[in-house]
Design a protein around this ligand. Structure first.
Ligand code: SHN
Ligand code: NAI
Length: 148
């Protein structure tokens, strides 16, 4: 794997989140009010259902669901299914992010800090998300004392 950080223009993009649990709830926040967001999952959490600007369909995933989407965020708790969705999306040239595999996805999500008009993103190139979270908290504290 070889990653570089880029900024994705979400204006006018159609984004599908598959899976409706805790990870889906966190990841869809990056996309909501920027892209057009739809969630598909067998069970969708109250938090997601109550998120303004999100369309949702409570059902099991089926391959036709990907039609018309530009970006797919794959967050079910079934690793094999997530891989399968990635392969189907790749054939259709749809960008994928996969919460259960740094290999079977087209992009990974960094941790993000929004600070005075800057966007700071932190990544370990997929190696250690827990450490990313820890560094994010340290950088946030550091920024509090900074006069930019
Ligand atoms: C490759 C990547 C793909 C992607 O998801 O984009 C990925 C993959 C995986 N994460 C896993 C676990 C956890 N990830 C987190 C948290 C975050 N993970 C994020 C990104 C990424 N995670 C991408 C790489 C980022 C990079 O380093 O460059 C963050 C930064 C952004 C975000 O997703 O929001 C967000 C912090 C955001 C913030 O705090 O702001 C936590 C902690 C928690 O949830 O609290 C845990 C539990 C850890 C524990 O407890 O041990 C597993 C094992 C899953 C399993 O066991 O099945 C995989 C699968 C694998 O490694 O292959
Ligand atoms: N990449 C990341 O940042 C992280 C990834 N994870 C991993 O991500 C996965 C999801 O975690 P959570 O959201 O906490 O799980 P969860 O159990 O809260 O949610 C799983 C969701 O997948 C849906 N689902 C399962 N099978 C489905 C199917 N066939 N069709 C449609 N929807 C289906 C369920 O209905 C549910 O909405 C887990 O495997 C977890 O280990 C966990 C923490 C962080």
């Amino acid at each position: 794997m070889a990653f570089i950080p880029i900024m994705l223009n979400l204006t006018g993009k159609k984004c599908l989140v598959i899976g409706g649990g805790k990870v889906a709830a966190r990841k869809l926040k990056y996309f909501v009010n920027k892209a057009d967001v739809t969630v598909i999952a067998k069970n969708i959490s109250k938090e997601i259902k109550n998120t303004k600007g999100v369309m949702y369909i409570e059902k099991e995933y089926s391959p036709g669901d990907l039609e018309g989407f530009d970006v797919v965020i794959i967050t079910t708790n079934d690793k094999k299914l997530n891989e399968k969705i990635h392969h189907e999306a790749k054939k259709k040239k749809i960008l994928t992010n996969n919460a259960t595999s740094k290999i079977f996805c087209e992009f990974i999500m960094p941790a993000i800090i929004e600070y005075k008009g800057y966007t700071i993103s932190i990544s370990t190139n997929g190696e250690n998300p827990k450490k990313v979270k820890q560094l994010k908290e340290k950088i946030k504290k550091f920024l509090e004392g900074l006069d930019v």
